[in-house]
Design a protein around this ligand. Structure first.
Ligand SMILES: Nc1nc2c(ncn2[C@@H]2O[C@H](COP(=O)(O)OP(=O)(O)OP(=O)(O)O)[C@@H](O)[C@H]2O)c(=O)[nH]1
Length: 389
């Protein structure tokens, strides 16, 4: 019996051992499975986070690419970007060697004011922001942060410095400051930021060029007054506004007297100088909403929105006096002066009904034109204001 029991226990023992072995294998498998699942979950979460970040950056890039103008791009970089990326500070440095960008933008947008936009007048100064070579730079060093934010009081604890490069040349530098010390650190993956820098560089270059071409098509190259095309666009806009607000609108025609003689006696280049000087003498007398345009040759127009006839006459008189008092140097330094004849027209919607915008435009232009002719007939260097066509 004992033997049989023994033999049966002996028979059972490998089975029991087997069962125990299988249990521990199963446990190990389950444990490995759990570990694998945790790792997979982590990978999935990280992939989802990466995808979300990538989508956020794609959306951001598209948002920059859709900018229609220089100002809308600057708004997006300097005002929206800090909100979208939770940054405390964004500063943009742009290379503007001949101050060409500033001059052009001031002519287009008279009141451009972005405290966080800095124009740098030479490349060496811009490159000096990159002490470690021109590459994307992430730092938590307070000295670096203060230097990148022009030593201004900064709340940033970490910074990303993005070089803006076009045609292998540094055109600007974008500095992103975060209040989170761990936001921008040396170990961070930078491909998103690098891509963002490339997109912003392209957008800046495109916007500046686009504005330049539009601007050139609306400006008189010699005098930098607006051209005839711009004048007519502005006139249509202001007529629509005046019709809605029932406010008067005035127009001045300014024609330089005996200009042919200046050209004949002193040469065309001196004539050109005189035209520029006329524009410079008129511009300071006008409001921001007024439009001074070169209508053609030696004839200029001024559009005066919300301006009644008595005010238009006062402005015309100041312009006449300013032109008369000017002293212009010819090519050998001899001073000469000139005079102009002015015609004034006013349309007051409250006093005069005209059928269409076109009728109002024709009335303003034809009346001012006739008034100039009347001023020439009256002996020049004077102003005429015709009340009706
Ligand atoms: N230098 C220069 N001259 C110009 C330009 N455009 C037009 N002119 C000249 O302006 C002169 C205009 O002459 P006119 O139309 O006879 O008029 P005016 O001599 O001013 O005589 P009034 O208008 O009757 O006082 C012409 O000699 C044109 O060649 C320009 O861009 N530069």
């Amino acid at each position: 019996m004992d033997n049989s029991k023994k033999s049966s226990a002996q028979l059972e023992s490998p089975l029991a051992n087997n069962a125990i072995g299988q249990d521990s294998n199963l446990n190990q498998l389950l444990q490995e499975n759990r570990l694998l699942k945790t790792t997979l979950d982590e990978i999935l979460t990280s992939a989802q986070q990466n995808q979300a970040t990538q989508e956020k950056f794609y959306a951001l890039e598209l948002y920059f690419l859709e900018s229609q103008s220089y100002t809308s791009l600057l708004d997006r970089i300097l005002i929206d970007l800090p909100q979208r990326l939770r940054l405390v500070q964004v500063e943009l440095f742009l290379l503007d060697s001949d101050q060409e960008i500033q001059r052009q933008m001031n002519e287009i947008y008279q009141d451009l004011d972005y405290p966080n936009l800095h124009y740098i007048d030479n490349r060496t100064k811009l490159e000096a922001y990159y002490t470690d070579g021109i590459k994307l730079n992430l730092s938590q060093d307070s000295t670096v942060i203060r230097r990148l934010f022009n030593h201004s009081a900064t709340r940033s604890l970490s910074v990303a410095q993005l070089p803006l490069i076009r045609g292998h040349q540094l055109i600007g530098s974008l500095h992103l400051g975060s209040q989170d010390f761990n936001r921008f650190h040396a170990g961070l993956a930078v491909n998103f930021l690098q891509h963002l820098a490339s997109i912003i560089s392209v957008c800046i270059e495109n916007c500046i060029n686009q504005e330049k071409y539009v601007h050139l098509s609306l400006v008189d190259i010699l005098t930098r007054a607006k051209n005839r095309r711009y004048f007519f666009q502005a006139l249509a806009r202001e007529i629509a506004r005046a019709s809605r607000s029932m406010s008067p609108i005035s127009c001045l025609f300014i024609d330089i007297d005996h200009f042919k003689q200046i050209n004949d006696q002193k040469g065309h280049l001196t004539g050109d100088l005189a035209l520029k000087a006329v524009v410079q003498s008129i511009s300071p007398l006008l409001r921001r909403s007024d439009v001074l345009a070169r209508f053609g040759g030696e004839e200029f127009t001024v559009l005066l929105p919300e301006c009644r006839s008595s005010t238009a006459l006062e402005i015309a008189e100041r312009i006449r006096e300013n032109i008369q008092q000017m002293e212009i140097a010819d090519h050998i330094g001899h001073l000469f002066s000139l005079t102009a004849s002015l015609g004034v027209s006013t349309w007051n919607p409250q006093a005069q009904h005209l059928q269409s915008a076109e009728a109002i435009q024709n009335y303003l232009i034809n009346t001012a034109d006739k008034a100039v002719y009347a001023a020439k007939q009256a002996g020049r260097n004077c102003i005429k204001h015709l009340i009706s066509a």
